[in-house]
Write a new protein. Sequence first.
Length: 528
Amino acid sequence: MKKRVAIIVDGITVKKQIYDYIISSKKSLNYEITHLIIQNNPNKNNLYKKLITFVSHRGFFRLINHILFNFLIKFESIIVKTLFKIDAFQSIDLSDLKLERIETFPIISKNSLFYSFSDKDINKIREFKFDFIIREGKGILKGEILNVTKSGIISFHHGDNDYFRGGPPGFWEVFYKKKQTGFIVQKLNDQLDGGDVLYKGFISTKPFYLLNLFKLYEKSYPIMNIILEKLSLNKNELKFFKKKPYFNKLYTIPSVYVQFLYLFDVIKYISKKFFYKIFNKKYRWHVAYQFSESWKNIVLYKSKIIQNPKNRFLADPFVWEKNGEHFIFLEDYNFKQSKAKISVYKINKNKAIELGTALEENFHLSYPFLFSYNNELFMCPETLETNDIRIYKCLNFPLKWKLENILIKNIRAVDTNIFFKNKKWWLITNSNLKTNKDYQDQMYLFSNDNPLSSDWKNNTLNPILFNSRQTRNGGLIIDKDELYRVYQKNGFDFYGESLGISKIIDINQKIFKEKKLFSINANFYPNI
């Protein structure tokens, strides 16, 4: 029998992201969202009473902060819509979904922050014997409502609760230029944002508050379907993250002064982007290499740079040794064509010689991951534009290749690694539960007995990582029987700021365990 789920909302009009995960839930064989628990607030449309209540409990100056912050949001929504074509406030009416409604009338505290429920409403909710209730409405829930189901109330907090409790969600990370913005899924208790944490995820922080908030919602809300699926299968056995003391302040709406500083940063950012566009300034990647007996002991400033050809840049290097000679397969990006092919360089200690094109398609190629199987060489390049993961077979090393197979169809994925461990073939890739262009935050795992077949099994842990400072693949280092994963660490509005190395400790259908070893920052050459 499917688990029964209800959602606490303030009305039948909700954020689009909530609507999306309700729609996604209809595909589940293990749970179904059947009811809306609607919190009715009699003062919802009484602006005068709301203002009086606000001033009497929080003061006049905080009211000014709120008013100006609303103006700031409206101003920024225009910017985000213009620059990024995003409607950050899109909402949808749930009436068409025909979910049953439970009307409640919460007891709202004088400062309008805390919501508790009468015995009548509690008993009304209990009658339905819900397995889970999700909170999507306003108010800090207090009292018996927290115990109305065996599993309690499940809720998002859009912020890393170890550092940012309170709100506005996603703002302070942008203001302080934090490199990532977190979110949690928690089982609520009576402590603000201090519930038992079921899930944590981190996205790379965006340069605008509303853009950051939109991405945070877009990336986090699909996780609710995964959480409910797991809880439904695990007989309500909730597993929580370890807690630690909270040592930061409780964040609130920023002051007028902070808003002014933030607005100044926004204007400065837009001016910088405009300047780059006018003068056609672009970031260019480079590839460097060195020969060493141990990759762990290299001194990076001694590496030899392969000079970028005119109007092109080189990136994503993968090394292959054949008959004692060394070759680098890499992304070869052409600015005029706005796409890349896979080129090959033969290297020795003194120079790098361009051999030519290994692979070129009418779409962008990069990240030419190489692996051998049955004494033959295969390449799994990034083919994002085709919405699939594919492999090519080497016919004549190093420049002749042909398409061997499409491994996974209908997937938006980048930077795929394929390797053998624990008697299985594994594929780890960076994908997204949404079909947008941001692939920095989540890593997915698939398994197969034959790396050339299309029978790749989706892992029950997916996404196995959700962390913008650890997720984006940078390749594999195979050292005897040990595997080391290279990953990119993104900064504040900065792709590929640095990199890290982790050792893959264990991997199976229920476990992916790696140990972070060290990080490498871009300090080894001037001006990088």
